[in-house]
Write a protein that binds this ligand. Sequence first.
Ligand code: MG
Length: 255
Amino acid sequence: MVEYRTPAEIEEMRPAGRFVAEVLTALRAKADVGVNLLELDALAHQMIRDRGATSCYVDYHPSFGASPFGKVLCTSVNDAVLHGLPHDYALADGDVLSLDFAVSVDGWVSDSATTVVVGTPRPEDLRLIAATEEALAAGIAAAKVGGKLGDISEAIGRVGRKAGYTINTQFGGHGVGREMHGPPHVSNDGRRNRGLPLKAGLVLAIEPWFLASTDEIYTDPDGWTLRSADGSRGAHSEHTVAITPKGPLVLTARD
Ligand code: MG
């Protein structure tokens, strides 16, 4: 069931969004050549403990998962694009790192992702990251009362296709509230004026992700990490957004 939050509930959701933004800002600053993915997870874990927040990932054990996730952060490097399980790997010059982080604070969840290049960037990687950021901005701009869910999907897909990427519609955004994942599914491509009417109080994780030269993925032997079928690199940008009468409110906005 799609749930709608009252204005008071959306106010209550702000601290979780601010905290997720703080953690991603700290992780972006720490990510550098030689830094281990496990150090990034440890930093996020310490910030969770200090804040008294609750990880949405550590005990996450969906039907497709071999075991609980066990970490508090997704770190997806290069050809990995989603659900990257942090492991013993030191970042190398030019690596593309996607960080995806969700926590619950005072009973409300926020979920956000960002992609950085470590060290010396390749122009094609910066272009890929910029396309996901532009698609996220376009999706957020379409998250308006009176619109339809397909407006968000179409806006994301349009940016991705124009930049020359093909769009995977299997994994996309979702409702966010007391739990990390709820309806509706927010596809990263679609048709304008189709689907669920957008009403005030709907809170969505909007999360475009693109791969450089494919839209096909496979699951790494670790049981979690999703990698591109052709080895090309991926990028991912995500915010938790509340639809309000005054327009989209980005709960996870970073300074
Ligand atoms: Mg996320």
